[in-house]
Design a protein around this ligand. Sequence first.
Ligand SMILES: Cc1cc2nc3c(=O)[nH]c(=O)nc-3n(C[C@H](O)[C@H](O)[C@H](O)COP(=O)(O)OP(=O)(O)OC[C@H]3O[C@@H](n4cnc5c(N)ncnc54)[C@H](O)[C@@H]3O)c2cc1C
Length: 458
Amino acid sequence: MLKPSVVKELKKIVGPDNLFTSSEELVVYSYDATQRESLPWAVARPVSTEEVSKVLVLANREHFPVVPRGAGTGMSGGSVPIQGGVVLSFERMNHILEIDEDDLIAVVEPGVVTGDLQREVESRGLFYPPDPASHQFCTMGGNVAECAGGLRAVKYGVTKDYVLGLEVVLPTGEVIRTGARTAKSVAGYDLTKLMVGSEGTLGIVTKIIVKLLPLPESVRTLSAFFSTIENAAVAASSIIANRILPRALELVDQAALRAVESYLKQDISSGAAAMLIVEVDGPIESTARDIGRVEELMTRAGAMRITRAETEVEREQIWKARRAISPALYTIKPKKVNEDIVVPRSKIPDILRAINEIAKRHDLLIVNFGHAGDGNIHTNIMIDEAEAERAAIAVKELFEATLRLGGSISGEHGIGLSKARYLPMELGADALGVMKKIKGTLDPNNILNPGKIFLSAE
Ligand SMILES: Cc1cc2nc3c(=O)[nH]c(=O)nc-3n(C[C@H](O)[C@H](O)[C@H](O)COP(=O)(O)OP(=O)(O)OC[C@H]3O[C@@H](n4cnc5c(N)ncnc54)[C@H](O)[C@@H]3O)c2cc1C
């Protein structure tokens, strides 16, 4: 609990209206998309870098945890205050500070909703490619902290490929600037890359400089349905093997399709076992050619049905099914254990086979969908309470199979709380030791987001 004198100081820093301490208010900031929850002791809503810095100085003096929070859409428990303390919410630091159309950069505060930035730059003929499926509500600060990926990562990469520089408040309160506003910079260690993906454990991001691209002239989308998931996986591999780089290449399995159909009350797949969504972008002539070639490849791979979107409304129809998956899954079982393993894309058929065997061995329903184009499959073990123990064994086996195939236990959701105990399996003791030294150097009192990435006891 916070001492009354500390509450008083916090109120002085952010203003009394921006410090919440009542249980009704605290509960709103106690969970994320993992459904893990833990009440903070207080929530502060700073409006400036200076206020953030003062909170951290106070936290170091008084030794209370500080947990940064964007929109709470994280899939690994990163913003859940498991050790209590003060949640710093960036809802007031939500301004697009600058869009420089000559240098193709934008400067934003951490609380800017990703979709708002995308819409704003697109209205000027520019493009911010990172596109997590949560873009309508997640924030840029959360995206930087998790190195969010998304649907367009297959062609355009992930958040770290767009962040040129940051303003960061270190756990001890100092404010540093990393990177530059330029396309290149090798001045010293790359602290920008160190911060991106650090899950709010090494510093609090208060400004973000991102690079922009010209908006592609046209986009073409199709969906293709297959009688087996193996056929769909092979079809997905054939696209890139034929030198077409789509901007999105999504795979949805049968269980996810059935859940979406019952959720939307709509027949989408006519009984198919898997769906691929393929989207290409670029100049009009090249997208027309590429989508035609993708259609041929899908037919050759045995697609039962192919739907090419000819209008924006038809395109939206295709994506609606993909976006509905997350909520639809809760119609199957009350809980999902969501993992986001990634394997080299050529190994997708192998990992799907391994997942199928794990599901059979433990008599569990595992639903798979995700970014097949970059080998990143969201595996959702759908459970009720009685199945939780079996699910935990299945997760370990899933990670073992992933690592055997040369993959990683998290493609884009981060380690957070949920995967901390499996991190040594992937990194080994030496690399993990280096990471802990970095954390210990920057955060000697372990006040910033404690218990994330590394197990609390470590
Ligand atoms: C339906 C749905 C679909 C999703 N699809 C995708 C997807 O396609 N790709 C993908 O990558 N993710 C996806 N996600 C996961 C999630 O949206 C991303 O991880 C996102 O980046 C989290 O942003 P947030 O603002 O909600 O952050 P939060 O959940 O609030 O926080 C996430 C982490 O960021 C830290 N943090 C927040 N702000 C700051 C800051 N200013 N400085 C330092 N640390 C900070 C927090 O402490 C926490 O560790 C999805 C989630 C949902 C619910």
